[in-house]
Design a binder for this molecule. Structure first.
Ligand SMILES: [Zn+2]
Length: 412
């Protein structure tokens, strides 16, 4: 009884602290007006090429468009330039990458009042000041340079500001996390790719790579590296997520892990349930195999979305707290200066948590972090401040003169 009596004041304090977690909507609004919200990974580009998806129109499908970015107070997004490394040969990947870059640049050119192409942190800030959404680009997969630094440099010239070293297949110079190792991390040419990215001022993205490739990239890179869309392996044991040791190494390097919202990377139970729906995956693979590689691919999107809707109906959605847990864990392990947003919107079969179904839902993330006791300063860092810092550091180390033209491609 005495123990209980002594506990009473503590319980009262705990009770009041809990009551204080009711977050004032005005605080959320105020913070979002100050924030520079940057999302490092959005796969909307495929829909732009294949279906003529207009970024400036509000859609009732997909996760990203300018009206919803404005609702979510997003200052900018990195649109992903991506090809399937199995279906497309490397030269075909380059062609398809150019189509995507062309689609992004064209969309921005057609809507100068709404959007601006940004290649630097300063340009992001300038766009925000003018009331434009900053559109940035990242190439997702080293296979898309076809082992040729000239192609890498050309992507940079076209405005691309990160390269993910691999997608789900090995490149001839780097191991992916999705296959048993082939090169033991980065080859000598792989290290050359990283150094050339440093020299250009292009961010090195280690999402999708094997653990050894990650450590090799961190060791090789003279600038901070990023994970553009990765979550925490301690909370969801999938090879695509980062271990605590990797999170600490990334922090030491000055980099930022941008948390992926895909439910399969947030909750292992969900991953297993998803793995049980092979019939849906088979349907989707068959649709993709039927579609031409170039040209008339417009039917693919609606068919894929219909399959996704069935999958969502079967699986339900994981609660938002799972996503908040990953932010929280990454902050605890790497530090609040090393965490950002990497939604994977439009790239993960609509499988996103309840309350984070599209980019308009960013206020829910802010509210959730506030409920967990995060200060406004810390939330501002997570929403985009950390990313801007890394962009500036990478830019400062880059922009060197081009070397004299020499052998550009690796010989294998
Ligand atoms: Zn990805």
């Amino acid at each position: 009884m005495r123990g209980a009596t002594r506990l009473a004041p503590l319980l009262l304090v705990a009770c009041c602290a809990a009551a204080q977690t009711k977050i004032d909507p005005a605080r959320v609004e105020r913070l979002l007006r100050r924030a520079v919200v940057l999302d490092l990974h959005d796969d909307t580009t495929q829909m732009m090429v294949d279906e003529g998806y207009d970024l400036t129109t509000h859609h009732d499908f997909g996760q990203v468009d300018v009206p919803r970015m404005r609702q979510g107070h997003a200052a900018g997004v990195f649109l992903s330039i991506w090809t399937d490394a199995v279906r497309y040969t490397p030269p075909e990947s380059i062609r398809r990458a150019l189509e995507q870059i062309d689609a992004v640049r064209g969309a921005v050119a057609r809507h100068p009042a709404e959007m601006a192409l940004a290649t630097t942190a300063d340009q992001v800030m300038a766009a925000r000041k003018r009331g434009q959404i900053a559109i940035l680009m990242g190439v997702e997969g080293g296979h898309m340079i076809d082992s040729d630094l000239a192609v890498l440099r050309t992507y940079f010239d076209l405005g691309v500001r990160y390269l993910t070293l691999t997608h789900t297949e090995h490149t001839p110079w780097a191991d992916t996390s999705s296959q048993p190792p082939a090169h033991n991390g980065l080859t000598d040419f792989g290290r050359q790719v990283v150094r050339e990215m440093n020299r250009l001022g292009m961010m090195v993205d280690i999402s999708h790579v094997s653990d050894k490739t990650f450590y090799d990239a961190v060791e090789t890179s003279a600038a901070p590296v990023i994970a553009s869309h990765s979550s925490c392996r301690a909370l969801a044991d999938v090879p695509r997520n980062m271990t605590d040791d990797m999170l600490r190494a990334l922090a030491k390097n000055g980099g930022v892990v941008h948390i992926n919202y895909f439910e399969g990377f947030l909750d292992r139970g969900f991953t297993d349930r998803l793995g049980g729906l092979q019939d849906f995956q088979a349907q989707q693979d068959a649709r993709e195999a039927e579609a031409p590689k170039f040209g008339d691919r417009a039917k693919l999107g609606p068919a894929t979305r219909a399959i996704n809707a069935q999958r969502i109906a079967r699986l339900g959605r994981v609660p938002l707290i799972r996503l908040l847990d990953h932010f929280d864990h990454a902050v605890k392990v790497a530090g609040v200066d090393h965490v950002g947003l990497g939604s994977d919107f439009d790239g993960a079969d609509d499988l996103f948590p309840e309350g984070m179904e599209d980019i308009s839902k960013i206020p829910n993330l802010v509210r959730g972090l506030m409920e967990r006791g995060y200060s406004d300063q810390d939330i501002l860092k997570i929403l985009g401040g950390n990313t801007l810092r890394v962009m500036r550091e990478v830019e400062a180390r880059g922009a060197g003169p081009r070397p004299a033209a020499a052998s550009q491609a690796a010989s294998f």
